[in-house]
Design a protein around this ligand. Structure first.
Ligand code: NAI
Length: 472
C-alpha cells in the first residue's frame, strides 16, 4: 500500500526543495525523494562550491598584487586541501539550512531512487528496500547531468567533469585544458588562473559564452586573454592521449592546424543534459521532446497531476529558474495567487520578456536581464541604449578595476527599460535592481528618482540612464 501525500517531489535540488518548502507552508503534506545529497547539483557540486572557490582564489589573486595598495607580504601560498575544507563548510551550511526548514515544516525526505509509476505513484528503491508513495500531485525535479562528447580519450584518468573537479582534494592543476567555453568553462578557468595554473580553453563556437550578448562575451574574452589564459575559439579537441608527463590534448584550431596542448587535468564542460527516460516506468509514459520532458505553460507534463520543473525540462538551466518554476507550480496547486511573474509584456509591446537574471561569477562579473539591443532590433522594437564605461567610475578607480561597462536598453517611445547588460565588479548583485525595473516596466525617468550612493559601482547605472536620456 502506497503512503499518501498531497505532493510527492522527485529531486531535492533548488527546484524540488523550494517547491517542497512553499507547499508545506501552504499546509500540503509533502515528501521529497532524493538519491544523493539534499540540495542537488547547485548546493553540492555547482553554484555554491564554485562560488566558494572563486572567492578564495580571488583573495589569493588579489594578494599577489597587494603592493599596489601599499600592502607587502613576504610569502603568499595556498593549501588546496584547506581551500576544499572551507568550500565544504560553505556547502554544509547551505545544506543544513535546507534540512532545518524541512524539519521545521514536517517535510519527509526519503532517501533512494524514485521512479514514477501510474496514478501518480512513485516507486522508491531505497535503503529499506522497495517502497511506494502516492501524491495527489507529483513534481519531477531531477535535474541534468554533465554531457561527455565522444572524444577519444575522454575516459582517461585526469579527464573530469565539473561534478568531479570540485570535489577532488589533490592538486593536479598546474596545467588545465578546459573543453567548452560556456559558463562552467569560464568560471573554472577563472578559479585555476587565480591559483596560477596555466589554463587553456577550447571552444567550438567562434566566441565564448554562446548565447550571451556579443559585446559582453567579447569584453570577457579580452580580459581573460590579457591575463594569459589561452583561448582557442572555432576549435575542437579531437583526441586526448596519455603523454610522458601527463595528458596531451590534440586540438584542431580554427585555421585547420593541429596543436598539442599538455595538461595535468582536462575539464569537459560542454553542457548538461537531462535523462527524462530514466524517471518513469512503462505504465507512466511521459511525452519527451528534444531530450526534455514536454510540459504545458503551467509545467504540467503529458500526465494530469504530474509536473516537471528545472533542468529536466527548462532550456535555461539556472537554479533560480528552477526555484521560481517550483513556486509557480505549488501556488497554482494550492489555489494561491502567483507571487512570481515569469514573463512580462512591456508597455504597449506584444513581446514577452523572461525576467531571468543571468549571472557569471568571473572577474569581472557578468550579469544580464531582459533583452539586448541586437535582440530587440530583431524583434522589430525601436530601442535606445544608455552606455557607461566603468573605467570612469570612482569605485572602480579605488579598487584598481580595469574595463567593464553597463549597457541599459530602453523601448524608444516610452523609455521603459527592457534589458540590462553589465560586466563589472558586483554586477551579479547590481542586476537585482535592473530585474525589478524590467519586471515592473519602470521608465528611465522613474529609475532616476532614487539617488545612488557615492562612491559605488551602482553609480554606473545612473550614468547609463543619463546617457540614454541624453544627459551628461
Ligand atoms: P554551456 O552550454 O554554458 O556551455 C557549453 C559550451 O561548450 C558552449 O559554448 C559550446 O559551444 C561548447 N562546446 C560544446 N561541445 C564542444 C566541443 N566538443 N568542443 C568544444 N566546445 C564545445 O554549458 P556548461 O558551461 O557546461 O554549463 C551547463 C549549464 O550550467 C549551463 O546551462 C549554465 O547556464 C549552468 N551554469 C550556470 C552558472 C551560473 O549561472 N553562474 C554556473 C555554471 C553553470
Amino acid at each position: 500500500m502506497a503512503k499518501q501525500y498531497d505532493l510527492v517531489i522527485i529531486g531535492a535540488g533548488p527546484g524540488g526543495y523550494t517547491a517542497a518548502i512553499r507547499a508545506a507552508e501552504f499546509g500540503m503534506r509533502t515528501a521529497v525523494i532524493e538519491e544523493r545529497e539534499l540540495g542537488g547539483v547547485c548546493i553540492n557540486r555547482g553554484c555554491i562550491p564554485t562560488k566558494a572557490l572563486l572567492y578564495a582564489s580571488h583573495i589569493f589573486s588579489l594578494m599577489q598584487s597587494s603592493d599596489q595598495f601599499g600592502i607587502f607580504t613576504d610569502q603568499i601560498s595556498f593549501d588546496y586541501g584547506k581551500m576544499q575544507n572551507y568550500k565544504e563548510k560553505s556547502v554544509k551550511a547551505c545544506r543544513d539550512g535546507i534540512q532545518q526548514s524541512f524539519d521545521k515544516l514536517g517535510i519527509d525526505l526519503i532517501r533512494g531512487r524514485g521512479i514514477l509509476r501510474r496514478d501518480r505513484t512513485v516507486e522508491v528503491h531505497g535503503e529499506d528496500g522497495l517502497e511506494f508513495y502516492q501524491g495527489k500531485y507529483v513534481i519531477l525535479a531531477a535535474g541534468a547531468k554533465a554531457f561527455i562528447p565522444p572524444i577519444p580519450g575522454a575516459n582517461l584518468p585526469g579527464v573530469v567533469t565539473s561534478d568531479r573537479i570540485l570535489n577532488e582534494g589533490d592538486w593536479n592543476y598546474g596545467r588545465v585544458v578546459i573543453i567548452g567555453g560556456g559558463v562552467i568553462g569560464v568560471e573554472m578557468a577563472s578559479i585555476f588562473h587565480n591559483l596560477c595554473s596555466q589554463v587553456t580553453i577550447v571552444e567550438k563556437n567562434d566566441h565564448l559564452l554562446g548565447p550571451m550578448d556579443r559585446k559582453v562575451a567579447g569584453e570577457l574574452e579580452h580580459s581573460l586573454r590579457s591575463r594569459g589564459i589561452g583561448i582557442y575559439c572555432g576549435a575542437q579537441c579531437e583526441q586526448i592521449e596519455e603523454g610522458k608527463s601527463g595528458l596531451i590534448c590534440r586540438i584542431r584550431t580554427a585555421d585547420g592546424q593541429m596543436v598539442e596542448q599538455p595538461a595535468g587535468t582536462v575539464l569537459i564542460a560542454v553542457g548538461r543534459k537531462p535523462a527524462p527516460e530514466k524517471l518513469f516506468g512503462e505504465d507512466a509514459k511521459l511525452r519527451i521532446e528534444e531530450g526534455r520532458l514536454w510540459t504545458d505553460e503551467n509545467f504540467q507534463t503529458s500526465q494530469e497531476g504530474v509536473y516537471a520543473i528545472g533542468d529536466l525540462t527548462a532550456k535555461t538551466q539556472l537554479a533560480h529558474v528552477a526555484a521560481a518554476q517550483g513556486v509557480f507550480v505549488v501556488e497554482a496547486l494550492a489555489g494561491k495567487p502567483h507571487t512570481i511573474r515569469l514573463e512580462v509584456v512591456p508597455n504597449g509591446m506584444f513581446v514577452r520578456l523572461p525576467i531571468v537574471p543571468n549571472c557569471i561569477y568571473t572577474n569581472p562579473e557578468i550579469a544580464t536581464v531582459g533583452i539586448t539591443e541586437e535582440a530587440a532590433k530583431k524583434l522589430g522594437m525601436h530601442v535606445r541604449t544608455g552606455y557607461y564605461s566603468m573605467n570612469d567610475n570612482g569605485k572602480s578607480i579605488i579598487t584598481r578595476t580595469d574595463g567593464g561597462f553597463i549597457c541599459l536598453v530602453f523601448e524608444a517611445y516610452s523609455n521603459t527599460i527592457v534589458g540590462a547588460q553589465m560586466i563589472c565588479p558586483r554586477a551579479t548583485d547590481m542586476i537585482g535592481e535592473m530585474a525589478t525595473a524590467v519586471a515592473n516596466g519602470l521608465t528611465a525617468e522613474q529609475l532616476s528618482y532614487a539617488m545612488r550612493a557615492h562612491p559605488t559601482y551602482s553609480e554606473g547605472i545612473q550614468a547609463a540612464i543619463n546617457d540614454a536620456l541624453g544627459k551628461c
